[in-house]
Design a protein around this ligand. Structure first.
Ligand code: F6R
Length: 254
């Protein structure tokens, strides 16, 4: 795993956006895996800026998000579809039909999960996957204990994750108990992966993911087995790492 530790959160957002932009320029039909949550917001803002000011063209780009809450319709203010439409898709020239999220309202969730995997495969697989990390080491909604070979499926959210995410809901009671998530195995098939983390609340999970043993107890540690992962961290998130790492990429990752 290549690790980059930058001083500021703003810089990690820009670095991730530059990597995505490099891919999109080289491969206009790029298939990009996207995440929701607080972490990628700065990256999305930078991609919007690049589109508006520099003409970065998303017209042929295809996206697949990592996850979606079960039971929230796309119009719900906390659905991940709504998050993506608001924070990225509506502000760039991507075609809605090229943007994919798991269907959290599907009457047959298992079938929706299989269809999601098929769609990723039909589009040629994911070129670059952007990931955040949970304070418990989850990636997407693969909670601790998730099998490394897991595929897209319905996952029960842990109380830790529900309480971390309750800040976006009026009460803990409203936080969904289930989500459809890409599996660790699905994520590991992406050609390249960027793991973004900021803030000291992520420091323990980051240390376990980057320098700890590969264990189902820290789902993100599976990334150590992938050939092309770049972890882009701010100083706070890197606070519990033992190694010394550069502050800028040493080589292009895409
Ligand atoms: C979101 C996702 C989650 C988040 C993680 C960190 O699509 O898959 O794994 O990346 O929970 O969330 P934030 O960025 O809000 O700290």
């Amino acid at each position: 795993m290549e690790v980059i530790v930058s001083q500021a959160k703003a810089r990690i957002s820009v670095l991730a956006a530059q990597m995505i932009a490099t891919l999109v320029k080289r491969k206009p039909r790029a298939v990009i895996g996207l995440a929701t949550g607080s972490t990628p917001l700065g990256t999305y803002r930078e991609l919007i800026r690049m589109h508006k000011e520099e003409g970065l063209d998303f017209s042929r780009v295809v996206t697949f998000n990592l996850d979606e809450y079960v039971g929230l319709p796309p119009t719900h203010g906390q659905s991940y579809r709504h998050f993506m439409d608001t924070n990225l898709f509506s502000q760039i020239n991507i075609r809605t039909e090229n943007t994919h999220l798991p269907d959290g309202m599907a009457p047959d969730a298992a079938q929706a999960c299989r269809a999601y995997e098929d769609r990723i495969r039909d589009c040629g697989g994911i070129d670059l996957q952007l990931l955040g990390i949970g304070a418990n080491g989850h990636i997407a909604f693969n909670e601790p204990g998730s099998p490394p070979g897991s595929r897209t499926r319905v996952e029960t959210l842990t109380e830790k994750t529900r309480s971390d995410n309750s800040r976006f809901f009026r009460s803990m009671h409203e936080v969904p108990r289930y989500a459809i998530t890409m599996g660790i195995g699905t994520i590991m098939e992406a050609h390249s992966i960027i793991l973004l983390a900021s803030g000291r609340q992520k420091a323990e999970a980051v240390a376990a993911a980057v320098e700890g043993p590969v264990t189902a107890g820290c789902p993100a540690s599976a990334l150590q087995l992938h050939a092309s992962v770049t972890a882009i961290l701010d100083r706070a998130a890197a606070g519990k790492l033992k190694g010394a790492y550069p502050s800028e990429p040493q080589k292009p990752i895409v």
